[in-house]
Design a protein around this ligand. Structure first.
Ligand SMILES: C=C(O[C@@H]1C=C(C(=O)O)C=C[C@H]1O)C(=O)O
Length: 178
């Protein structure tokens, strides 16, 4: 789970990325509802599945720790998944949850159930601003047009969710390259 000194993506506010983003990608990157639901719908008749790539305790990257207000070096729960349609990865995601909070290890029990299904069931769910990057995911050797991240909070729980849209999704949905 600790991928060494891979370069951190350069994150910028969603609005700053808009001029460089096609409307079709804006529809995906700027959406604030459940990505799981959108992928399931857009991917029909293919089967949506969360594939757990790895999870465990680890030290967030500097940009992750800063996004969560975590002291550098403080360990957290790390979860990496691929969101697949017919087993083709359309999105790769890495979520970081501080431990000293209720449900801190809640992600541990998720397995291959979508984090989104649980998050979007929380009535007091808050989602922070979405930031965007055109850099590749530093935790997995795959490429794609856009990455995004935001912090979800409910009650005293917070989780940073980073999602990188991949080339297979571009191809399968005939989306613009950016
Ligand atoms: C936040 C959501 O959950 C999705 C599911 C994830 C998981 O199971 O680890 C990670 C990223 C998200 O795209 C969502 O569906 O919007």
């Amino acid at each position: 789970m600790d991928h060494g000194p891979a370069l951190a993506p350069r994150w910028r506010p969603l609005a700053a990325a808009r001029p460089a983003m096609s409307p079709a990608w804006w529809h995906w990157v700027a959406s604030r509802d459940s990505l799981t639901s959108r992928l399931t719908e857009a991917g029909r008749p293919w089967r949506f599945r969360v594939r757990l790539l790895g999870q465990g305790l680890g030290r967030p990257r500097r940009d992750e720790a800063l996004a969560l207000g975590l002291p550098l070096g403080r360990r957290a729960w790390l979860r990496e998944v691929a969101l697949t349609l017919d087993d083709r990865p359309w999105v790769i995601a890495r979520s970081v949850a501080p431990l000293d909070q209720p449900h801190g290890r809640r992600l541990e029990r998720l397995g291959e159930r979508s984090l989104g299904h649980w998050l979007f069931r929380q009535p007091d769910l808050e989602r922070g601003p979405i930031e965007v990057s055109a850099d590749p995911a530093p935790f997995h050797p795959v490429t794609g047009p856009w990455g995004r991240r935001s912090v979800f909070r409910h009650g005293g729980f917070a989780v940073l969710v980073q999602e990188f849209f991949l080339e297979a999704m571009v191809d399968d949905l005939a989306l613009p390259s950016r």
